[in-house]
Design a protein around this ligand. Structure first.
Ligand code: PGA
Length: 255
């Protein structure tokens, strides 16, 4: 696939996999994908498996990401993990503002923006998620909602930080449901997001930012979605839990 920006495919394992299962999965993935350089590949295990997975992938091109972090540097925040702790485990990426956290933990755009800035300050690359619900789409609010999330969650970044931020467009109605946005729906929102970044940071920055699509990405639909001009990769949930389906998604983009 001949793309303007290097594709980035990340696996969001959510609350799945023991340490042993996680290590077994990345061992196979590294064997299947570790030598390819066409696509940036990231795996995001739960916190408990980050250390073991990082050690396993120490010499691999596959990078490790976390699924969340605190906006604070240190202190009395029981149960929280900071960006420095993740860097300490050789973690390179962190997913922020996933819709499940926006919904279950009530994470706001202001909080996501604080986390995004804290990630950059520690040298972590954030993958910032945005997406509309079905009700919002059906009431024609998609662009209003996405525009607000993009502006709010990425507020305060400078141009270099913005270029180094990955955005994941994940329509909430497509996550874990088996329903995928059509290629037209995905391309339309991705182009809208890039336009928004352009309004804030200028065209050069907007053209550099990678925007992933997420929501029921599978080997069968990945190639079509990722061939859209403004779709620069995928954030994969369910299909990243198994070696074959995750590597098939990546391989389907390399034809
Ligand atoms: P899904 O999840 O691929 O299982 O729909 C995507 C995500 O939530 O990141």
């Amino acid at each position: 696939m001949n793309k303007e920006r290097k594709l980035i495919v990340a696996g969001n394992w959510k609350m799945n996999k023991t340490v042993a299962e996680a290590v077994a999965l990345v061992e196979t993935l590294d064997r299947d994908l570790g030598a390819q350089t066409d696509v940036d590949v990231v795996v995001c295990p739960p916190f408990t498996a980050l250390d073991a997975v990082s050690v396993k992938l120490k010499n691999s091109l596959i990078k490790v990401g976390a699924q969340n972090m605190s906006e604070f540097d240190y202190g009395a925040f029981t149960g929280e993990i900071n960006a420095g702790m993740l860097r300490d485990l050789l973690v390179h990426y962190v997913i922020l503002g996933h819709s499940e956290r926006r919904e279950c933990q009530q994470e706001s755009d202001t909080l996501v923006s604080a986390k995004t800035k804290a990630a950059h300050a520690a040298g972590l690359k954030p993958i910032v998620c945005v997406g509309e619900t079905l009700t919002q789409r059906e009431s024609n609010e998609t662009e209003t909602v996405i525009g607000r999330q993009v502006e709010g969650s990425l507020a305060g970044l400078d141009a270099e930080q913005m270029k180094d931020t990955v955005i994941a467009y994940e329509p909430v109605w497509a996550i874990g449901t088996g329903k995928t946005a059509t290629t037209e729906q995905a391309q339309q929102v991705h182009a809208f997001i890039r336009g928004k970044i352009g309004e804030i940071h200028g065209n050069e920055v907007a053209q550099a930012v990678r925007i992933q699509y997420g929501g029921s990405v599978k080997p069968a639909n990945a190639q079509e979605l990722l061939s859209q001009p403004d779709v620069d990769g995928a954030l994969v949930g369910g299909a990243s839990l198994e070696d074959r389906s995750f590597s098939d998604i990546i391989n389907s983009t390399r034809n």
